[in-house]
Design a protein around this ligand. Structure first.
Ligand SMILES: C[S@@+](CC[C@H](N)C(=O)[O-])C[C@H]1O[C@@H](n2cnc3c(N)ncnc32)[C@H](O)[C@@H]1O
Length: 1009
């Protein structure tokens, strides 16, 4: 069997993928599959889709013979080859001319072949497919998806043909059936979902029951009932008029029974959610309320402040509020705030509209500083955190109603608390509450510090009553769905969903899953760790981050109302998200420990394991598990057998669970090695395995270069398990360049490792051999990445791939004492070689630019000593005065300074510049790009012609220097120019037909002979 490389082992259109991934994260893009249920650290669908596609399609180098046979492509390649050969010959001639002059010019390298060009052209075609495939608007575009699926099939048929002699050919290479897909750490399900969308039968497994259920809801249930019409009596009236595609019927039922549950809940608990009456008395102090006088307004939320007894002995009996703010609305023109009034040895809250007189006081509430530090409303005495801990743990922390948010004619109306509203909340008598304890781990859970020990303690009594009512109604809705399903003729198969049923019972179970998800969505909005956001005047859910954090004041959302946190909007949103699921090929979600799972056998694997100690999935998910268990235990008795989410086997390096930092690290390394081992031995042999790994800010940056325990440990596990790494691709889902992250490699959200089982014949190498191989291979790999226009910010991370490919090619690398070289040591050597390779590229630049690079590294655009500049110029074969003439330098009073882009002359014309330098080209391009955008930069590139290309190479070098020196602003500019490069050159190509180019000059400035 001879199988070539897959596209992901050679090239990826990273920029397009990263852009699409960032877009997908933006708020307001509408329903998204992730909206089915919350999960932490989800991968963007765009990245998942692109990676699986590129992992399954062949790199064109594997089928050049086919490409050669295409006459049209052949002709195109021949034309391109002629142009490339001309450039190559020019470069050879130049190198010859420079030989012996002491000047360094770039090595022309080997001549390009027709096969190289054919493969390049074909890669561009595949890139275009990926560029379409990753766009959010194409998520459900069948034409685009089908084009990708066709491509996957073509590669698959080639693999089958070439593997006819494989010992397990019948089992592994059936040309009529694509291999299935498996993700053993499936979490929120992005990867299995996208594999399914690309036409693969998809298997998702996870240790966590909540994750398993999410995956069932994403990939297992929808295909099972695809194309079915809804069973609810309402839809029955129109069912014949409409054809129901995919999961439309299912979505419609979720919407309908969600509304039914709300209406039933209204009958049972509606009395706990009364409207608020605007009395004549209220309007006296609030003329803005006059329009509502005598009317009852629907309440959207009740805003509460937690209280403790005052630390001031004079007010020891007063429960004083811990209010982090008194602002209710900061919306311009609609400002509202709480103003406490001290009366009769106590206080009451009033609500005012308009801007507060004392803005700071209203903004800060009774809070003095960060954390649990407040001020007594009665006496201004500070309330220290110790007092709050003491009060809270003695069970004396209460809550007091601060304001009522009601629905007005045009927007929110804020009303002061009324006695009725406080009383009604107190009448709520829950009959059940989750008793599972939260972990004593303040890193992720701060409420236990304040005596809120169980998940049940995170809810008000009214919230508990409401959530248990809705949870009970999931059962009742299931029974209704089953009855209705039988009525419309779904098979009376009693087999439940968990046993593989597909009839009326199973369908009822299925609808129940989404309705239970709607209850969970409400849990996220209906608990005492939510916040009221005065800016957009909405309830903010608990899980804005990957932790449960204590709150001092909180809104209690009106769950029966059609507002954020309401049950009907939750069910309707989930219904919309269901419509974004492919629901075509079959899927399967199961609970498995990745350390022992056998599901990957013969499957394509892409996975995203937990990142070291980043997220406590099992602990966090207990918040939802306890409610899901209550709603769905009869539906999935095995999945919900335990009281809480299983934790012991969770591959997270948490010292508090394992006893110490060291034990936690060992557990993680051993467990991850086992899990990776499973993949290395089971995954389908035709495909590399792709593994995402979150890349966190580096921990230190010493002589060894940047290191990171989580990353090193994980890489060690992958290699130990028998994998060789053939690529590393940084995937970003943020387009923002956070300044603090510069120099710390924090930009990539994750790195995708491309792995193949290491050859059994792998040899042992010495450290010296390893370094020699790095030196021989990394520069070329670097040039390849740069030609692919990788963003400078991603270059170092992407270059780890080729470096690791060298390291993992060997069974072991031994140092001089015969000790195996650790991953950390190997990474340090890779970084060092990469640095050298980048520095070597300096040889490609003219003397002035080489001087400027060295100078820039030392002082940037600041002033430096003339003497030093002059001395440096001698070693670089240039002169300060010459560079002043060249227009890149300012020299005055014994000082020298490089000119910033904005200081360069706007009327610069490269055609008349007698000393044209790469440095000038870069900085003029940056100036023009900043002022006139890509169009203006393209005009300049047109004038510069082939000379412009050198600018990009210099940009990479400059970016690396800035990153190291933490010069954020400059780094941004260089990164920006490279990122705009494809568009600039595209525009330049279009414009070049009409614009004159500068006369071709030699590298040394003289006109070409
Ligand atoms: C980074 S998350 C996966 C996120 C997922 N790719 C997504 O887009 O939502 C890692 C997952 O590994 C799971 N996990 C942790 N230990 C595990 C184990 N021993 N076996 C299987 N899954 C495990 C966690 O429950 C978590 O869902």
């Amino acid at each position: 069997m001879k199988l070539g490389k897959k596209l992901i082992e050679v090239a990826l259109p990273l920029d397009a993928i990263n852009k699409a991934a960032a877009y997908e994260k933006m708020p307001g893009i509408g329903p998204h599959p992730r909206g089915l249920h919350l999960w932490w650290a989800r991968r963007p669908l765009a990245a998942a889709r692109a990676v699986i596609f590129a992992q399954m399609v062949d790199d064109p180098s594997a089928y050049v013979d086919v490409l050669r046979a295409d006459p049209k492509l052949h002709r195109k390649a021949e034309t391109a080859l002629k142009a490339r050969m001309k450039l190559w010959e020019e470069a050879c001639a130049l190198a010859k001319k420079a030989a012996g002059t002491g000047l360094s010019v770039p090595e022309p390298g080997p001549a390009c072949t027709l096969d190289d060009i054919l493969a390049d052209l074909e890669r561009q075609r595949l890139f275009r497919i990926i560029e379409d495939l990753v766009l959010w608007e194409n998520t459900t575009n069948e034409t685009v998806l089908q084009a990708a699926r066709d491509e996957i099939w073509q590669s698959w048929r080639r693999a089958c043909a070439e593997s006819a002699d494989h010992p397990r050919a019948n089992e592994l290479f059936d040309r009529k059936k694509l291999p299935a897909f498996h993700d053993p750490f499936s979490g929120g399900g992005a990867l299995p979902l996208e594999a399914q969308r690309l036409g693969l039968e998809s298997y998702a497994s996870d240790l966590n029951p909540v994750a398993v259920l999410i995956n069932k809801a994403m990939i297992e249930i929808p295909p099972k009932f695809a194309g079915n019409r809804p069973v609810n009596p309402e839809a029955l009236k129109t069912a014949d008029l409409k054809t129901w595609k995919g999961a439309q019927g299912l979505a419609e039922d979720v919407r309908y029974y969600g509304q039914w549950m709300r209406d039933e809940a209204e009958k049972r608990i509606g009395h706990l959610y009364p409207k608020v009456e605007v009395t004549a008395e209220m309007t006296k102090a609030r003329p803005d309320l006059k329009q509502y006088a005598g009317r009852k307004l629907t309440v959207i939320a009740w805003l509460w402040a937690r209280t403790v007894k005052s630390p001031n002995p004079a007010f020891a009996q007063v429960d004083v509020p811990l209010a982090s703010t008194f602002m209710l609305s900061t919306k311009a023109g609609k400002e509202a705030y709480v103003e406490p009034v001290i009366v009769d040895g106590g206080y009451r809250f009033t609500v005012k509209v308009g801007k507060p007189n004392d803005v700071e006081r209203a903004k800060n509430g009774t809070k003095l500083s960060r954390g649990a530090n407040f001020q007594c409303l009665m006496s201004n005495a500070p309330i220290a955190s110790d007092h709050i801990y003491g009060e809270a743990n003695a069970g004396r922390m209460g809550a007091r109603l601060m304001a009522i948010v009601a629905e007005g004619k045009r927007g929110r109306v804020y009303i002061a608390p009324t006695p009725e509203m406080e009383t009604v909340a107190l009448t709520a008598q829950p009959t059940w509450k989750p008793e599972v304890a939260m972990p004593e781990n303040p890193r992720w859970f701060s409420p236990p510090l304040y005596g809120l020990k169980t998940y049940g303690d995170l809810f008000t009594p009214r919230q508990l009553v409401a959530l248990t009512t809705f949870s009970d109604l999931v059962q009742e809705a299931r029974e209704r769905v089953q009855r209705d399903a039988l009525q419309v003729g779904l098979p009376a198969d009693p087999k439940p969903l968990c046993d593989g049923g597909a009839g009326a019972t199973a369908y009822a179970d299925a609808v129940g899953v989404y309705l239970a998800f709607a209850v969970d969505r409400c849990c996220d909005f209906s608990n005492t760790c939510t916040r009221w956001v005065p800016g957009n005047q909405k309830v903010m859910n608990l899980f804005g981050k990957q932790a449960i954090a204590m709150t001092w004041d909180f809104p209690e959302a009106a769950i029966l109302h059609e507002t954020v946190g309401g049950f009907v909007p939750a069910a309707a949103f989930i219904a919309e998200c269901i419509l974004k699921l492919p629901s075509t090929v079959s899927g399967n979600g199961s609970q498995q420990d990745a350390m022992s799972s056998r599901v990957s056998a013969g499957k394509v694997v892409s996975t995203d394991p937990p990142y070291y100690d980043n997220i406590g999935y099992a602990d966090l998910s207990d918040f939802f598990y306890v409610w899901l268990r209550r709603s769905l235990r009869p539906v999935f008795p095995d999945l919900f057998a335990t009281l809480a989410v299983p934790k012991a086997e969770e591959l997270v390096a948490t010292p508090y669970r394992h006893g110490s930092k060291e034990k936690a690290e060992n557990f993680f390394l051993d467990g991850m090695t086992q899990a990776m081992h499973r993949l290395a031995e089971q995954a389908h042999p035709a495909f590399p395995v792709t593994i995402y790994y979150a890349f966190k800010q580096s921990e230190n940056s010493g002589d060894e270069g940047t290191t990171n325990t989580g990353w090193d440990t994980f890489l060690a596990a992958v290699i130990e398990a028998g994998f060789a790494i053939s690529g590393t691709w940084p995937m970003r889902s943020e387009q923002e360049y956070r300044m603090i992250s510069l120099g710390a490699n924090a930009l990539a959200s994750s790195i995708v490792l491309v792995c193949r089982p290491r050859a059994a014949s792998a040899l042992t190498a010495t450290r010296r051999e390893f370094v020699a191989a790095l030196k021989a291979e990394l520069p070329q790999a670097l040039a390849h990445l740069q030609r692919g226009n990788i963003a400078p910010v991603d270059l170092a991370q992407a270059a780890i791939g080729p470096g690791m490919a060298v390291y993992t090619r060997y069974a072991r690398v031994l140092d001089a004492e015969g000790r195996p070289l650790s991953v950390r040591e190997a990474l340090a050597l890779i970084n060092q070689t990469l640095d050298e390779a980048l520095a070597e590229q300096e040889g490609d630049f003219d003397a002035d630019s080489r001087w400027a690079l060295t100078w820039f590294e030392q002082v940037g655009f600041a002033e430096g000593e003339y003497g030093v500049a002059e001395q440096l110029s001698k070693s670089k074969n240039t002169s300060v005065s010459g560079m002043v003439d060249a227009g890149i330098l300012e020299s005055s009073r014994r000082k020298v300074r490089l000119l910033r882009p904005e200081e360069l002359p706007a009327n610069w014309d490269p055609a008349t510049d007698s000393r044209l330098t790469a440095w000038e080209i870069v900085h003029h391009l940056i100036r023009v790009l900043a002022g006139g955008g890509e169009g203006a930069a393209a005009d300049l590139v047109t004038t510069l012609g082939a000379k412009a290309e050198v600018a990009r190479e210099l940009c990479y070098r400059l970016y690396t220097l800035c990153e190291r020196k933490k010069r954020a602003d400059e780094a941004l500019a260089y990164n920006g120019l490279v990122q705009s490069w494809p568009e600039i050159t595209r525009l330049a190509r279009e414009g070049s037909k009409t614009k004159p180019r500068i006369e071709q000059r030699g590298l040394f400035g003289e006109p070409e002979e």
